[in-house]
Write a protein that binds this ligand. Structure first.
Ligand SMILES: [Mg+2]
Length: 242
């Protein structure tokens, strides 16, 4: 587990610890990747494979890249180049390589767009409870997005994990000395936010996003005895519950 911040949070009056995912929970993220992928597929303009087939192949490339190199823009760029080379008959030219890089640079240049209600909800919740940001990906990229979002002051701690699996959540409980029954994980991804948090005994709040990344799709598990799972349509609904 990597962390951009070594603060250990102190309890607040509400007594709960609320963990928040970032991408597609606090701010838009996947839509920029989808735009880049659409541009890539249209640029590739494959004579044999349909756009759906190219997309399927890109998903395979992304799984392989992430397993070897982790999440982040560099991995995404590598996946696009791999996909291009594997589906093309000829090796990639510098000109084509440059075009592919440009698709990913558009993502890096993107302004942070907070999802509706995020700023006021966190501002209020951080007075009542301890908030910790729990994201995965490249430490530098995620930390930079958090700084640019303006949301950093609302969090007592920030964790950028290589993967959000049960072992990572268990380590987080240990590190922050959290009571799992008083800890809630909020996020848009069943695979990374909800199921692994439930697996280690936390409560969870699922806020679906219409454009959640296909690699994050999974059926939401049922909570165990004594655990709670809420499904909300917007983050604002947290204010009446917490
Ligand atoms: Mg997310």
């Amino acid at each position: 587990m990597t962390s951009s911040n070594e603060e250990i949070s102190k309890p607040k009056s509400g007594g709960l610890t609320l963990l928040f995912d970032a991408d597609d929970t606090l701010w838009e993220n996947n839509i920029y990747f989808e735009r880049a992928i659409a541009a890539f597929i249209s640029y590739l303009d494959h004579r044999v494979h349909s756009p759906e087939e190219v997309r399927e192949h890109l998903n395979l490339c992304e799984r392989a890249t992430i397993a070897a190199h982790g999440y982040g823009l560099k991995s995404f760029r590598r996946s696009l180049v791999d996909c291009f080379e594997q589906l093309s008959d000829e090796p990639i030219t510098p000109e084509k390589h440059g075009r592919i890089i440009a698709f990913t640079e558009a993502i890096a240049a993107q302004e942070i767009e907070l999802l509706p209600g995020v700023e006021e909800t966190l501002r209020e919740l951080c007075r009542r409870h301890t908030l910790i940001l729990v994201t995965k990906g490249n430490v530098e990229e995620q930390t930079d997005k958090l700084q640019r979002s303006g949301l950093r002051p609302y969090f007592s701690g920030v964790e950028v994990l290589a993967e959000k699996n049960p072992a990572a959540y268990a380590a987080l409980l240990e590190k922050h000395q959290l009571d799992r029954s008083k800890t809630w994980m909020t996020g848009n991804s069943p695979r990374s936010d909800i199921n692994p948090a439930l697996a280690v005994g936390m409560n969870a709040i699922f806020i679906p996003h219409d454009f959640t990344w296909v690699l994050e799709h999974e059926v939401v598990d049922q909570p165990g005895a004594g655990q709670e799972l809420l499904e909300l349509s917007t983050i604002r609904e947290l204010l009446s519950r917490f």
